[in-house]
Design a protein around this ligand. Structure first.
Ligand code: ZN
Length: 246
């Protein structure tokens, strides 16, 4: 099976649309490591695409707070404003879809998907030391995660945990043949709000037959996404940061 793996779309329809065009014909099933919504201005088209075409989606922290204010106190004022706006913007059907999203880990074929870490959807796996602990909680040798918005991840090669750097795809698609003796925590990067200094939309492709993973980046209509954020009266910083990818 060929999988399209995305994460952290954050209501950025322009970015998701570009990824779908770029990846056309390269996948059989689409899956998302969470955060369909939050930050951006188009939660409905993004959610509708996953309702109609997504095979598996786990809930992200922004998905959770877009429906339930309980955890909102942990959010910074900008993220909170976006979450509150998202709650009013979502259609009833899309809100119901998000409310029903499973909390990870979700087991799929030979891998699993989570939002933050296998332990907690709110954990950030940003450094090798965080990943070292997380590997102990994996049920499969391969897991996809998101939440940090950094494309790359970690490989456990039986001796130690090494970081797969986030700039790996910057020179073009970067295929990695997975070694059955190792374990992997792979972050496809963020579609809608990259934070690794590369503003292009990030995603990954995984072929479970050949065990080849490919990191991808694609340009998208950043100006269009920024315009939508301003039209909806969301905080300007949410538009500005898309241009720098931070
Ligand atoms: Zn996110």
């Amino acid at each position: 099976m060929r999988y399209l793996i995305v994460s952290d779309i954050h209501s950025n329809w322009q970015a998701l649309r570009a990824v779908l065009g770029h990846a056309e014909g390269a996948w059989d099933q689409a899956l998302c490591c969470g955060d369909l919504v939050g930050y951006g201005a188009d939660p409905n088209p993004v959610t509708e695409w996953f309702r109609d075409h997504g095979s598996y989606t786990v809930r992200g922290n922004h998905d959770k707070v877009s429906l339930d204010a309980e955890d909102l106190e942990w959010f910074n004022p900008v993220a909170r404003a976006a979450a509150e706006w998202t709650r009013t913007a979502l259609t009833r059907e899309n809100a119901a879809f998000i409310a029903a999203l499973p909390r990870g880990p979700l087991m799929i074929e030979d891998f699993e998907i989570v939002h933050g870490s296998p332990l907690d959807e709110d954990d950030y796996l940003a450094a090798a030391a965080d990943a070292h602990q997380a590997f102990g909680y994996l049920e499969r040798r391969l897991a996809f995660f998101g939440h940090t918005h950094l494309q790359g991840g970690f490989v456990w090669n039986r001796a130690r945990v090494e970081t797969i750097p986030s700039f790996i795809a910057s020179e073009g698609p970067a295929p990695v043949e997975l070694d059955g003796e190792c374990a992997y925590l792979i972050n496809p990067g963020s579609v809608g709000q990259p934070r690794d200094g590369d503003p292009r939309a990030a995603y990954a492709l995984y072929d479970s037959a050949s065990k080849v993973l490919t990191y991808e980046r694609t340009e998208y209509d950043i100006e269009g996404a920024q315009r939508r954020i301003m039209e909806e009266g969301l905080p300007a910083i949410l538009a500005e940061r898309l241009l720098v990818g931070r």
